[in-house]
Design a protein around this ligand. Structure first.
Ligand SMILES: *Cc1c(COP(=O)(O)O)cnc(C)c1O
Length: 496
């Protein structure tokens, strides 16, 4: 069956995969979803002997079915190369009875590299396929991780420009250093005097600014977005769930057909949705455990069936999960509503107007394979220390939220099936929080002293991404008022 993509809020808005990638968001504000979830057309036995890139092709070809074999393989080859510090892109580590799927071996040592290293190529290929001759201008507002991963992904990709706005005083020193040292003739990084919401709103306004869009078009440009609701980010994330299963079978840790449970530290619901799609493709995943930090909107949702963002926003040591609106959940809502666009549109409207919505009992039933769990700050730190004490394996704060959920699940639900934990960042990315979890005295050390100390105790080499920024030149120095974002964009593109 030929798969097309339609908006979660309007089934009649139907496009091809490449058009969905180009547009990002549907015009009615909905998210693009595949008209059906394809089944894997290779057996696990066939997949076991394949490399990461080969598995990527087998999974992605089923979703991106208007790409030719050559186009898709070309994208995969350009994305998954020596930008990764491990031959097979990911690594599987067993520690204290759990399997950690390390997804942080790319350029920016967090899992967003898995998708953002291929998205630029999917996007430029989609532009060519749809006879778009404009250069693509990626506009992104970031609270830290996405900006750097997008910059690294798009750097020096032909026919693209990337402009990243970040809150000047709202990201960690390491995150800022990572961004302002970014190389590449098409990369632009601007600090704004405001918070993340100001940056986000400014970007949204530019996307919707008809005059600006017209001006861009006249000069041979068009905007696009790299954020996690693009199906060009979702589809590449399905790959590693299929791949980890083949690794487990290949290493004889499990038998072909055995079920596994998956735990995902969750923010925007993109990563765990990819795991759900993998399950729907036929992968033997039993439970999908959704782990939250103290911003536990999703935990409450799985418990009660009510999604309610009206609550205090808490800054935690797992900042990439500090989110009150999990955008990708909309795709799940559409699925459990029986692919009913009207119901989805109504609930999303409630979310916008009242900040909350409640799903029906039928819909709740269809969420049975999901379990929500959460860890508070103290538990997260304790988990880092416990795992390290027991197995000398050092995990980052986001992964620790998931590990805590994994231990909880195992202890309380009497389920002995293997657990795979999605390990989303290197501990070197959140050095201070991780080291403080081991011993509060570390807080006295400077950022780079902590890096060296972490190398000593963990016996894991400092990643290139960290060494690079020790000495790198600052290449981006622009800081602007939040009202001047448009002016800056025009200046960069020389279209004023
Ligand atoms: C983005 C991010 C997450 C959350 O992933 P979602 O797909 O948004 O749920 C978790 N951990 C890290 C390190 C991240 O950067």
């Amino acid at each position: 069956m030929k798969i097309t993509y339609n908006s979660t809020r309007n089934k009649n808005e139907e496009v091809t995969a490449s058009q969905a990638i180009l547009r990002g968001l549907a015009t009615d504000g909905g998210l693009y979803v595949p008209s059906s979830i394809p089944k894997l057309d290779k057996t696990i036995d066939e997949l076991v002997n394949m490399s990461y890139k080969e598995v990527a092709y087998e999974v992605m070809k089923l979703f991106l079915n208007d790409f030719t074999e050559e186009e898709l393989k070309n994208c995969i080859d350009k994305a998954y190369d020596d930008k990764f510090d491990t031959e097979d892109m990911v690594q599987l580590v067993r520690a204290d009875g759990m399997y950690y799927l390390e997804l942080f071996h790319g350029k920016t040592i967090a899992f967003k590299d898995m998708a953002l290293s291929i998205l630029p190529h999917l996007l430029t290929t989609s532009a060519k396929k749809n006879k778009v001759n404009n250069d693509i201008v990626i506009l992104t507002a970031t609270s830290g991780d996405t900006g750097k991963a997008a910059l690294a992904g798009f750097a020096d990709v032909d026919n693209t420009e990337i402009i990243v706005f970040y809150p000047k005083d709202g990201v960690s020193p390491i995150q800022e250093k990572q961004m302002v040292t970014q190389k590449g003739k098409n990369t632009h990084v601007i600090g704004i005097k405001g918070n993340f919401d100001d940056a986000q709103n400014g970007v949204k306004e530019m996307f919707n600014d008809k005059k600006l869009n017209k001006l861009l078009k006249d000069k041979g440009y068009q905007f696009s977005s790299a954020n996690s609701i693009n199906i060009g980010r979702l589809v590449p994330q399905i790959v590693y769930y299929v791949y980890v299963y083949t690794l487990l079978v290949g290493a004889e840790e499990i038998k072909n057909g055995d079920v596994i449970n998956v735990v995902v530290p969750t923010g925007n619901f993109g990563n765990i949705l990819a795991a759900y799609y993998a399950k729907r493709m036929g992968l033997p995943i039993a439970k999908l455990i959704c782990a939250s930090n103290e911003n536990k909107v999703l935990y409450d949702f799985f418990e009660s069936g009510k999604y309610d963002k009206n609550r205090e926003f808490i800054l935690t040591q797992s900042p990439s999960m500090d989110i009150l609106i999990s955008s990708n959940l909309e795709r799940m809502i559409y699925s459990i509503a029986g692919m009913d666009d009207k119901t989805t549109a109504k609930m999303m409207n409630d979310l916008k107007k009242k900040g909350a919505y409640t799903i029906t009992e039928d819909m709740k039933m269809r969420l049975m394979d999901f379990i929500g769990m959460y860890a508070d700050e103290e538990t997260t730190s304790k988990t880092i220390k416990d795992v390290f004490d027991k197995s000398e394996y050092l995990i980052d704060t986001h992964t620790a939220v998931a590990a805590s959920a994994a231990y909880d699940y195992k202890a309380h639900l009497n389920d002995e099936h293997p657990i795979v934990i999605a390990s989303t960042a290197s501990p070197y990315k959140f050095t201070r929080s991780v080291m403080n979890s081991l011993n509060k005295d570390y807080d006295k050390m400077s950022d780079f002293e902590l890096v060296d100390e972490m190398e000593k105790i963990s016996e894991v080499k400092v990643p290139e991404a960290i060494n690079e920024i020790r000495t790198a030149d600052i290449l981006h120095k622009t800081v602007c008022e939040k009202e001047d974002m448009v002016k800056e964009v025009k200046k960069i593109l020389a279209i004023d």
